[in-house]
Ligand binder design. Sequence first.
Ligand SMILES: Cc1cc2nc3c(=O)[nH]c(=O)nc-3n(C[C@H](O)[C@H](O)[C@H](O)COP(=O)(O)OP(=O)(O)OC[C@H]3O[C@@H](n4cnc5c(N)ncnc54)[C@H](O)[C@@H]3O)c2cc1C
Length: 416
Amino acid sequence: MMKKVAVIGAGISGLTVAQLLKDRYQVVVYEKDTQPGGLIKCKRVEGNLFHTCGGHVFNSKYTHVLDWFWDQFDQKRDFVKADRNSSVILPDNQHVPYPIENHVYMLADDIVKGVVNDIVAMTKQEDNEISNFEEFLVRRFGKALYDIYFEPYNKKIWRRSLCDVPISWLEGKLPMPTVEEIIYNNFKQVKEKKFVHSSFWYEKENGSQFIADSLAEGLDVRYSADIDELTYENGKWQVGYDGEEYGIVVFCGNIKSLPHTIKGVSLGRFCSQIEGLESHGTTSVFCKIDKNPYSWLYLPSEEYEAHRIICTGNFSPTNNANENVMTGTVEFTDAISDADIKKNLAKMPLHPQYVCHQYNPYTYPIQDAHTREMISDLKRELLSHNFFFTGRFADWEYYNMDVAMDAAMKTCSNII
Ligand SMILES: Cc1cc2nc3c(=O)[nH]c(=O)nc-3n(C[C@H](O)[C@H](O)[C@H](O)COP(=O)(O)OP(=O)(O)OC[C@H]3O[C@@H](n4cnc5c(N)ncnc54)[C@H](O)[C@@H]3O)c2cc1C
């Protein structure tokens, strides 16, 4: 008889794990919601597609992830490929293409002079170790660009001084242009192609919900199953929800729930460390917006609290109810009142007209210098009980979908 595996959570991580294990194990996925997807969920509102958290697009720099992904999907039939067309909106409604450091030549004279001075200074600076996000941004892009864009934009997302953001937290997520590249890209007016999402795939129908629905197909997913008890006894795990027993558990939910969910294994010192983990939520506001050529607009302006508009209506024509409508999602960090949403929308570019909104309490994990070590120690400890965990809020990592898939693959390679 095949060994049984319980996967908790039908987000992209849990679905990837279940797909990878299903031929060798009897896999059951427990999902507390009524549909799969977690953060990549979408729903139709007035015939338009609402990404209830963000506006998910797909690409990866990992060839093994791309290979696996395209084994699951028909690229030509189900996806379109698009080049990212994003701009930063500066005061006086100046649209500067993203990334801003490649388009310094478009900025006001005094800012260009500041950037030139910064670049000259950067060529002389010593290569000391960088410890926080502010230092990284100033050293990499200079104070002039930091002041007009990097600081105000990132402060809106992280809601704290960028000195308090350890650099390890954003490892692998940050653009790393050299001074030579910045100068060259400006002289030659080069469009950036190095970012993971400088070009991306997008689903022809139903946005990222299509990915979740397709991966869930053929799996044994039990919906509306909020797992709040996992009991270890005699070498087996019992799922409190239905009393079924499993040899292996792969947890892809939120690590914060583990201390009160796991019974029969003491999490000891980890409990207080897990309790101390910080994060942000996101309010995604679905709007009708002006027709425009953009994928994303980045909004450093302090006039309003939203930090970006994702023009999801441009990703696939089926995302808009008809050709007269253009839709997008306006993103705010954390919860925001209905009245404040409307006050903010009134001041924003593209004249967003409110349709509906959703607050997602867990979207951006915040690491400190010890988080990764704590997570690795806990993984090691639970491994001996055949309990594994992976995912954005299980690992407390700032994963994109593809990196979540990669992490799920690594987890499965420890199981098989
Ligand atoms: C605003 C925003 C925009 C983003 N844009 C992109 C993008 O464009 N491209 C990209 O690649 N990535 C993007 N990401 C990242 C991407 O959303 C995540 O990497 C990915 O969705 C994480 O999936 P996950 O399965 O690890 O977690 P989740 O999606 O959080 O899934 C966890 C699942 O577990 C379920 N669950 C939790 N606890 C329990 C329980 N006790 N019992 C049962 N079920 C439970 C939840 O209901 C949920 O379905 C974005 C993220 C955000 C926040």
